[in-house]
Design a protein around this ligand. Structure first.
Ligand SMILES: Nc1nc2c(ncn2[C@@H]2O[C@H](COP(=O)(O)OP(=O)(O)OP(=O)(O)O)[C@@H](O)[C@H]2O)c(=O)[nH]1
Ligand SMILES: [Mg+2]
Length: 216
């Protein structure tokens, strides 16, 4: 859960990109690192990889200072998608404030997407997070590839779910920012229920999203 430190007036928010192996989680973070221009943008830490597959996690630190002088820090993580790294996924997921589920749009990835989503549901429960109230955005990535499910097919399968659905090509940096903005908004509204963020930060949801992305 998000932590607010009264002394330093800093709110720290943890966000996790989850999903099957090779769906494009690391590529989403790299694209955000390129595109966003908030007050603070750290280097992206790619902890360990083998053949470009995440073995532990990636971390992108972002942040901004509010007009009233509070500090909002984000830590964006990716999990390793490969099935065998489940304990790492669970550890990364722990205490997260929001999740982007990155699904692979390719036709041959339907089962992997479904299994990974089930794994997310299991692991949220294991770490004590209620998936029903967790801010979550489902992104269908790799829209630039030829053999993909149509948007219509995807909406049929996922449309009844309560989470916003986005379409992206992280490789081409499209849809990535929209996905992040939807997550930020959901996170703001969720945190707002627990503590008076508006009072704390002197920002509404729109202002929060814009500042986090560096949009003026
Ligand atoms: N064509 C296409 N390729 C993509 C896209 N996003 C990612 N890729 C490619 O897919 C491969 C895997 O991307 P990653 O971002 O490393 O995938 P990941 O989800 O982090 O994978 P793990 O770390 O194994 O869980 C790389 O070769 C990327 O360049 C996309 O939108 N379109
Ligand atoms: Mg990765």
């Amino acid at each position: 859960m998000a932590q607010y430190d009264d002394q330093t007036r800093t709110l720290t928010i943890k966000l996790v990109y989850y999903g099957p192996a090779l769906a494009g989680k690391t590529t989403n973070l790299a694209a955000l690192h390129d595109i966003l221009s908030p007050d603070m943008k750290g280097e992206m830490m790619v902890l360990e990889t083998r053949n470009d597959r995440t073995l532990f996690f990636d971390l992108l630190p972002l942040g901004f200072r509010t007009p009233a002088g509070a500090l909002v820090k984000f830590k964006l993580y990716t999990v390793p998608g490969q099935v065998q790294h489940d304990s790492t996924r669970k550890a990364v997921l722990s205490r997260t404030d929001g999740v982007v589920f990155v699904a692979d749009s390719q036709r041959n990835q339907v089962t992997n997407n479904a299994e990974s989503f089930e794994n997310l549901a299991d692991n949220t429960q294991r770490v004590g997070i209620d998936i029903e109230t967790l801010p979550l955005v489902v992104q269908f990535n790799k829209r630039d590839l030829p053999d993909i499910l149509s948007e219509e097919d995807i909406r049929k399968r996922w449309g009844e779910a309560p989470w916003p659905l986005t379409f992206a090509s992280a490789l081409k940096q499209s849809g990535v920012k929209e996905t992040f903005a939807l997550l930020l908004r959901a996170v703001f509204l969720r945190l707002q229920q627990e503590q008076d963020l508006h009072q704390l930060l002197q920002l509404d949801a729109d202002g929060f999203v814009r500042a986090a992305m560096g949009d003026t």
